[in-house]
Design a binder for this molecule. Structure first.
Ligand code: CTP
Ligand code: MG
Length: 575
């Protein structure tokens, strides 16, 4: 897999990436100055004889330091947020572009649910990591080292306390990391699982209701939900247990600092204000360890997200533009010994050779799974052949720029998909430049006008997601209208009349015959009646062409065709 660096998304925002830590350095410096100033007020102002003026002056300086600390802290957060948000937006935009460029083969590979999670949740995780890196990553070590140096500058003896406390804290942090990191990875996985179930349930809710599988799905969700809760609870339990532990360490440290300080004050080696400052510094040290253990936990999480995002970005798009100049038109299609299998596996099309001349109408018949859809998908180059060649107008489809190739083809896919928006907009999808009269004409030919105008809002009727407010046959007719409006040289109808009654279907065929006469047309169907008037019918069996000829020829010679014919008697096929 190609190595992809996600860091490059920070490049355009380098000034923020540099400015944020810089501001943080200032903020930490201010945080480290404050206890020092306080010690001065106590030692010289209150206990000593520097006078009220000194106290007021130093207090004002402390106020100034606090204000600078606040401003730099705010600036740091703003810069870090700028970098992180822009990083996230650019990353998502690239992910989206990448997913849009996926060909059918890559779409077969990633599930929709997982792509959604990668684009949203994983993107956000990485974005949070940037924020964390620009703030906490800088703050924790700086403050820790700085505070230790300050404590030692007050009294070397405090080195003893640090020497005892540090290993305890470090071990605790390690323990947290060891225990929590895998838990958080597991949480991420379980969240994924839960998302998948929810997605499946939402898209399949009708099937679930039809089969009364609601209870089963609820328990499936329940199991995943419980599992997520359990893992979350275990993580929270560890974090909760750590807090009192840290408090004990903290209190012990406070005691040690006061005790050692007290001894030194008695020995006149130190003043009371210094003890107070030392206490502040030690607290800072302890807190940085808390922050660091949190950071350690979030690293594996972000790493998991990074891997998942990289997987998408690195996926090689198998179908890319060729560079042949688009020459002749006409819609002539040739298959030369084509063999094809999904993912290069078991061939579902074997040694297919056929020639569909410009302007011909060809039917494609065969039982389900015979390979009909696969065959026409190769013409639009949704997939690439494993062996052989598909030529459109004499040029190998792999040599075309994809847009140019697909501009030649009006495709009605087997599964009609419409988009949210109005019916009119959906039809206009086929050709955004079409005027209203053309849209109306396409809808009329597709036998869609009647049901559309019967609706209250006509062509402005709003469709729900995926056109769910239409019946199966209405959706099919809307997608046919969309393809007819495209007015391309080749028209491919993949089983797109399966939900239409025979009368509507024959009206549709008549309209297409009349208005798209010169076009190359491929009609896939289960019913003989849908294709019996074609110039030639190919009968596909197990990925091979079993026979071809006109309706009459096949009736005479082809046994499979006769069988199909017999089974469909009375369905509009003349006996
Ligand atoms: N297939 C596959 N992966 C896909 C699509 C199809 O492995 N993404 C396989 C199917 O399992 C089938 C074979 O390819 O065995 C042919 O599928 P297809 O061309 O879709 O068959 P059709 O003849 O179009 O079947 P139907 O009439 O049901 O649409
Ligand atoms: Mg099919």
């Amino acid at each position: 897999m190609m190595k992809i660096r996600l860091r490059k998304y920070l490049k355009p925002y380098m000034r923020f990436v540099v400015l944020a830590p810089l501001m943080m350095v200032l903020e930490v410096a201010m945080d480290l100055t404050q206890p020092r100033l306080m010690a001065m007020v106590v030692n010289d102002g209150i206990l000593g004889d520097a006078g009220l003026g000194f106290i007021v002056r130093t207090s004002l300086i402390m106020l100034g330091v606090a204000v600078i600390g606040m401003i730099t802290g705010f600036a740091c957060t703003v810069f870090a947020m700028f970098a992180a948000q822009n990083y996230g937006a650019d990353l998502r935009s690239d992910l989206f572009k990448k997913v849009s460029s996926f060909s059918f083969a890559e779409l077969d590979q990633f599930s929709t649910g997982s792509l959604v999670t990668r684009l949203t949740n994983d993107g956000t995780q990485l974005q949070n990591m940037v924020l964390l890196a620009l703030r906490a990553f800088v703050r924790a070590p700086l403050l820790c080292v700085g505070a230790i140096v300050m404590v030692l500058s007050i009294s070397r003896t405090y080195g003893l306390v640090i020497a005892v406390v540090m290993p305890v804290i470090a071990l605790t942090a390690m323990f947290i990391y060891k225990k929590l990191a895998p838990l958080f990875t597991q949480i991420q996985e379980r969240l994924d699982g839960l998302n998948a179930i929810v997605q499946e349930n939402l898209s399949g809710v009708r099937v679930i209701k039809a089969f009364v599988r609601g209870e089963h799905e609820k328990s499936r969700f329940g199991v995943a939900n419980e599992a997520l809760k359990d893992t979350n609870l275990r993580a929270m339990f560890i974090m909760a247990a750590v807090l009192p532990l840290m408090m004990i360490v903290m209190n012990a440290t406070v005691l040690a600092v006061i005790y050692i300080g007290g001894l030194q004050v008695q020995a006149a080696q130190m003043q009371v204000g210094d003890i107070m400052a030392a206490l502040s510094y030690m607290t800072q040290v302890l807190f940085t360890f808390m922050i660091m253990s949190r950071i350690f936990v979030s690293i594996p999480r972000a790493k998991a997200s990074g891997d998942r995002v990289r997987e998408v970005l690195a996926a090689e798009v198998s179908i890319t533009d060729g560079d042949a100049a688009v020459g002749s038109t006409g819609g002539d299609i040739v298959f030369n010994n084509v063999t094809f299998g999904y993912g290069g596996g078991e061939p579902v099309l074997k040694q297919i050779s056929l020639h569909i001349k410009s302007g011909e109408h060809v039917g494609l018949l065969g039982s389900t799974g015979a390979g009909k859809s696969s065959l026409v998908h190769l013409i639009s180059r949704f997939y690439d052949v494993c062996d052989g060649q598909v030529l459109v107008d004499g040029v190998d489809v792999r040599d075309y720029p994809l847009d140019a190739l697909r501009a030649k083809i009006g495709f009605v896919l087997q599964e009609s998909v419409l988009f949210s928006g109005t019916i009119g907009e959906n039809i206009r999808w086929g050709n955004p430049n079409a005027d209203d009269a053309q849209v109306l004409q396409a809808a009329k030919s597709a036998q869609a006008d009647e049901y559309i105008t019967a609706k209250e809002d006509g062509y402005d009727t709003l469709l729900g997601q995926r056109g769910l407010t239409l019946s199966g046959g209405q959706k099919q007719r809307a997608s046919i209208a969309r393809a007819l409006l495209k007015d391309a040289e080749i028209l491919i109808l993949d089983d797109s009349t399966s939900a239409l009654d025979l009368a509507t279907e024959s009206n549709l065929n008549a309209a297409i015959n009349a208005e798209h006469a010169g076009k190359t047309r491929i009609t896939i169907a289960q019913r003989i009646s849908s294709v019996m008037n074609a110039d030639r019918i190919y009968v596909l069996e197990h990925g091979e062409i079993a026979a071809f000829g006109t309706h009459e020829e096949l009736l005479e010679t082809c046994e499979i065709y006769q069988d199909i014919h017999r089974s469909q008697m009375g369905q509009g096929v003349a006996a």
